[in-house]
Design a protein around this ligand. Sequence first.
Ligand SMILES: [Zn+2]
Ligand SMILES: [Zn+2]
Length: 230
Amino acid sequence: MFIHTIPSLIANIYLLESDAGIVIVDAGFSSAARKVLRTIEQLGYAPADVRLIFLTHAHMDHIGSAAELRRATGAPIALHRADIAKARAGKHKMPTGRGSAGKIFEQVFNGTRMSFWYKGFEPDILLDEHFSLREFGVNARVVYTPGHTLGSVSLALEDGVMLIGDAMINQVRVGMPLYGEDNALAYESLRKLNALRPRVLYSGHGKPFSGADMAQYFEIKGLSTERAHV
Ligand SMILES: [Zn+2]
Ligand SMILES: [Zn+2]
């Protein structure tokens, strides 16, 4: 299994390449479809070799091209049910900000009544904890990691490799994104990921980072690694 990264402006799209073909993890902004299809072709595959379009959560920088990629590949779209409303609507507002910077962004954007637009869609598969990707050629299972959005999920692959969407990002340094629908849940989800002892984490933003980087974040922030709910 190989993981290929396609940058979509500030967000990452991942292609999981296996003997069975390709699984797309996150679909980038609305402009990303052509780049994704070109990369798939460069790897020696046809659009029909895409087995699944897996979405970590329904923010426009992760689902913008989902409908277009489904049309081009015929592959089903998988998303957690808690993020369906945003997928259907084809737009969402600036998400709830975290910390002072996030709050300022949220207020400025929502003051303008601006929405983020993309092509709306209905997912074909509803994701939940433990959902297996084996039938799509990838030995991975879903870990439900809500907080950033209520429908955020991560993917646990073999050997401690994880794809975590925006549960944690690595833009300037490893940390939490500026936006989150439920902060307490977001931290709980981090503890859940940490307890699975990841070796390397592929985020929706920035370069991959190690489980040690994640543990260091807990230390710097003085966060307990103990989970409230087991
Ligand atoms: Zn996001
Ligand atoms: Zn994002």
